[in-house]
Ligand binder design. Structure first.
Ligand SMILES: [Fe+2]
Length: 136
């Protein structure tokens, strides 16, 4: 089982984004705990659907924040979100077909979350706070 936990380094310093990230990470953590609760594959698939729908909501929310501040890197950031959704679909299908176990899905999600929040989202939060793009 992969240990999924919140870490201070995930904080980007934007209240709304951090709030949604905590919910998102909690959904990933819940996914990691399903096997030891004896959850059926059907229940796990239902949970992965919940994760996907929350990701979709959260990405739309973040993209609207970017839109409001005319974020210069909007397109690239949005592409990263779209890529995660596509890869999550792929991993979910692989899990459903028995090609990977749930840890394969959870590990992928947690790694993506850690990388995306500490790099891509942090850059956005800094832009909002200081009005300058640290990546430009
Ligand atoms: Fe993001």
């Amino acid at each position: 089982m992969i240990k999924v936990a919140w870490n201070k380094k995930f904080e980007v310093g934007h209240e709304r984004i951090d709030f949604e990230h905590k919910i998102f990470l909690n959904l990933i953590r819940e996914a990691s705990l399903l096997p030891e609760m004896g959850s059926s594959k059907e229940r796990v698939m239902r949970h992965l659907d919940e994760v996907k729908k929350y990701a979709l909501f959260h990405f739309t929310s973040e993209e609207n924040i970017m839109f409001d501040v005319a974020y210069p890197d909007f397109k690239k950031h949005r592409q990263e979100h779209a890529m995660l959704l596509a890869l999550l679909d792929e991993r979910s299908h692989q899990y459903k077909d028995g090609d990977i176990d749930l840890d394969g899905v959870v590990g992928f999600l947690f790694e993506w979350f850690a990388l995306h929040t500490t790099q891509v989202d942090t850059r956005l939060a800094k832009y909002i706070a200081h009005g300058v793009d640290p990546g430009a």
